[in-house]
Design a protein around this ligand. Structure first.
Ligand code: AMP
Ligand code: ZN
Length: 468
């Protein structure tokens, strides 16, 4: 497989560190609100990449963090008058629901920054010992950027040029040696979550979290590190500096970055306010449509979100689902005979669509072309599958379609998936039944939800739910 590597700006053949295994880290969201569909883009495209690698027989160790300590989380907690941990755990749960709705597989591990503080303190101590970091008078620890000779290698920025262009940068309180030094550890402010450390009571900077979690769960050198292209600088550049300065080894062999999801050709982001949450979208569309929409473009291209494109994605998806449905229908009354010679030849012919699909995915995960190959297979099925066919042939054909849809994370069988809004409605109905002391109805609703994999938890604050 060839992967476009941001580090070298070329497509390179993927060679894993260990045969048959992929160690991959994808930067996850900061959890202070519902995720928006821009955040969903890396989730969907790298989940698809992972599925393809698994389809090829790799064992993928896929790690994706939740940043659960951050200024924005603290701000939200202060506004609501609750602990920061309450905000982060609430939105981690909500994010997991959205991921399930988009059929994004849970990572092998979803580490939380707040659970990895010891590892961060260890790495920062090591950086100080090696001269790559220093503690300022107020207890803030900074990374000494100009000591790390490779700084800028990922973003292809030259530190000297940057410095020349930023001579007027305000150096906070003159505590930094250099404007490009970045924070590894910062002192606590009133009311903020904080941990003891050798420098001051405080909390970690954002970049150190990913360096530490990647090392802990995947080792000092990993195969692939991924995220949105806004993370290239400074986040990923800083991760490289920290990890490589600490270990003396290369941090990641391949760096993959997805393009932006835009609205009116501007990046969708919380700060611009031009966003839709995944939850909002789920009220209008099946999230499978959102997934299919994302896969209709190459992951590195910008993608503009619009109702028209979502509608087109919905129609395309429907064509695939209808073909699968058609075969299932035929299977209901199919002949229990062996495949005929003609059927065997047709089945062999259909392999070319799978080959096209594979070739597209091999070329830097080109899901747009892979989807076209699926459409060709659908057309082939519509032309060649009929009630005259044997069960064996129809099953094989369906198996091929199913296999490709599995890689794309598209469910071909309409499972009875309850939308979030439907679940909430049933929960409200159950609450009403309980108020009226109609416990039989309340239990019935609980059981109905349980049968569909929805688990309810009654708490003092009300009812919460999750998907099993
Ligand atoms: P954040 O919570 O902002 O750190 O973002 C989590 C992930 O979503 C990162 O990989 C970002 O690069 C990615 N991301 C945020 N906004 C967009 C967008 N509009 N398009 C594509 N990716 C995005
Ligand atoms: Zn990260």
């Amino acid at each position: 497989m060839r992967i476009y590597n941001t580090l070298t700006r070329r497509k390179e053949e993927f060679v894993p560190i260990e045969d048959g295994k992929v160690r991959m880290y994808v930067c996850g969201p900061t959890v202070y609100n519902f995720i928006h569909i821009g955040n969903a883009r890396p989730m969907i495209v790298f989940d698809t990449f992972r599925r393809y690698m698994e389809y090829k027989g790799y064992e993928v160790n896929y790690v994706s963090n939740f940043t659960d300590v951050d200024d924005k989380i603290i701000k939200k907690a202060m506004e609501e008058g609750v602990d920061a941990s309450e905000i982060s755990s609430r939105y981690i749960e909500e994010c997991k629901k959205d991921m399930a709705g988009m059929n994004v597989k849970p990572a092998t591990v979803h580490p939380l920054a707040t659970q990895e503080i010891d590892g961060m303190i260890d790495m920062i101590s090591c950086l100080i010992e090696k001269g790559y970091a220093y503690a300022a008078a107020d207890g803030t620890v900074y990374f000494r950027t100009n000591k790390f000779k490779d700084y800028g290698k990922l973003s292809h920025k030259n530190l000297e040029d940057l410095q020349a262009g930023h001579r007027d940068i305000q150096v906070t309180g003159e505590l930094k040696e250099d404007p490009f030094d970045f924070v590894l550890w910062k002192p606590k402010k009133e009311g903020e979550p904080a941990w003891e450390s050798p420098w001051c009571e405080g909390r970690p900077g954002w970049h150190i979290e990913c360096s530490v979690m990647s090392k802990k769960y995947l080792g000092e050198t990993i195969d692939i590190h991924a995220g949105g292209e806004d993370l290239i600088f400074p986040h990923h550049e800083n991760e490289i500096a920290q990890s490589e300065a600490a270990s003396g080894k290369e941090f990641a062999h391949y760096w993959m970055h997805n393009g932006f999801l835009n609205i009116d050709n501007r990046k969708m982001s919380k700060s611009l306010g031009n966003f839709f949450t995944v939850r909002e979208i789920s009220e209008k569309y099946d999230l499978q449509v959102l997934r299919f929409f994302m896969l209709s473009a190459h992951y590195r291209s910008p993608l503009n979100f619009s109702a028209e494109l979502m509608e087109a994605a919905g129609n395309g998806l429907e064509r695939i689902l209808t073909a699968a449905e058609h075969i299932r229908h035929l299977l209901g009354a199919a002949k229990e005979t062996a495949m005929t010679e003609a059927e065997r030849a047709l089945y062999e012919e259909s392999a070319k669509y799978q080959e096209k699909f594979d070739a597209a995915m091999e070329d830097d995960c080109n899901t747009a072309d892979a989807v076209s190959a699926v459409f060709e297979l659908v057309k082939f099925i519509n032309t060649n599958a009929s009630s005259e066919n044997s069960r064996a042939f129809l099953e094989k054909l369906l198996g091929r379609l199913q296999m490709l849809c599995d890689v794309l994370g598209i469910l071909t069988e309409k499972e009875e998936v309850l939308l979030d809004a439907e679940i909430e409605k049933l929960i409200e109905e159950r609450q009403a039944a309980r108020k009226e002391k109609n416990f039989a109805r309340a239990d019935e609703i609980r059981e109905e939800l349980a049968a569909k994999g929805i688990i309810l938890k009654d708490t003092r604050e009300g009812v919460t739910w999750k998907r099993a």
